[in-house]
Design a protein around this ligand. Structure first.
Ligand code: MRU
Ligand code: ZN
Length: 234
């Protein structure tokens, strides 16, 4: 199918495969953990990883492609109106309802889900939120505010607080949907959520931004864990 095969390394299908391989080598998605979704802003097609496969070995032909269908009836497992227009002989990611929620409610064009040890450990140290400030890397994170003249996202400043909400894990990914929607409501500026004893979901306006946010968050989580071990207070 044309929508998944491209020689362009920036095509969403190629990006999902190359980034998943990179994230595996960072130990963010070992043993089939982790998943990803990208919306192509020219076609509006959404590319989603398959379920239960070794994410570092995926090829473009293994990805699902979805398109919006406003007339579609919603159900519990598919609460968003999308049709599958390309389906590999695999199951779609269990995270797909959460990914579609980020595309729909946050206007995200990319969502990354990872299982790094930092993202799990931090949820055992903090209860409802992870907060950090006075760290240079915070400046790579979005504030949620836009420059009134350029309309561009303004990033946090060194002294600003970065807050990542934490929700409790549930037996199935789709059971996290209500908690995720609560996060959207309570934390309108958040671009990520930590799931206790599970991992991290990060969304952004582009896949490049989502990757930068994920890398920055994971770095800050790692710092906070080390500071805790050294008895240094955040
Ligand atoms: C190691 S199993 C992990 C899954 O249950 C889930 O949390 C996950 O990250 C990936 O789910 P998947 O359905 O393979 O996209
Ligand atoms: Zn997971």
């Amino acid at each position: 199918m044309d929508s998944i095969h491209s020689f362009d390394s920036r095509h969403p299908a190629n990006l999902i495969c190359s980034l998943s391989n990179q994230f595996f080598h960072k130990e963010w998605c070992l043993g089939t953990g982790g998943a990803m979704s990208i919306r192509d802003t020219t076609t509006n097609y959404i590319y989603i990883t398959p379920s239960g496969v070794q994410k570092e070995l995926m090829q473009p032909k293994d990805l699902y492609v979805l398109t919006k269908n406003e007339n579609k009836n919603k159900n519990r497992n598919q609460p968003y109106p999308y049709d599958i227009i390309y389906s590999p002989p695999l199951k779609i990611s269990d995270c797909s309802p959460l990914f579609l929620a980020c595309h729909e409610h946050k206007d995200a064009n990319a969502v990354i889900h990872t299982h790094s040890q930092n993202s799990v450990l931090i949820t055992l140290l903090f209860d409802k939120e992870f907060n950090i400030s006075n760290m240079e890397q915070i400046k790579a994170m979005p504030s949620g505010r836009k420059d009134p003249e350029t309309g561009k996202q303004i990033n946090l400043s060194f002294n600003d607080n970065l807050c990542i909400p934490i929700i409790d894990n549930r037996p199935h990914e789709h059971d996290l949907l209500n908690s995720l929607k609560d996060v959207f409501e309570k934390y309108p500026n958040a671009c990520a959520v930590l799931v206790r004893r599970h991992g991290l979901f990060v969304w952004g306006p582009t896949i490049d931004k989502a990757k930068i946010y994920n890398e920055s968050i994971d770095y800050l989580l790692g710092l906070a864990i080390k500071m805790h071990q050294l008895n240094i207070h955040i």
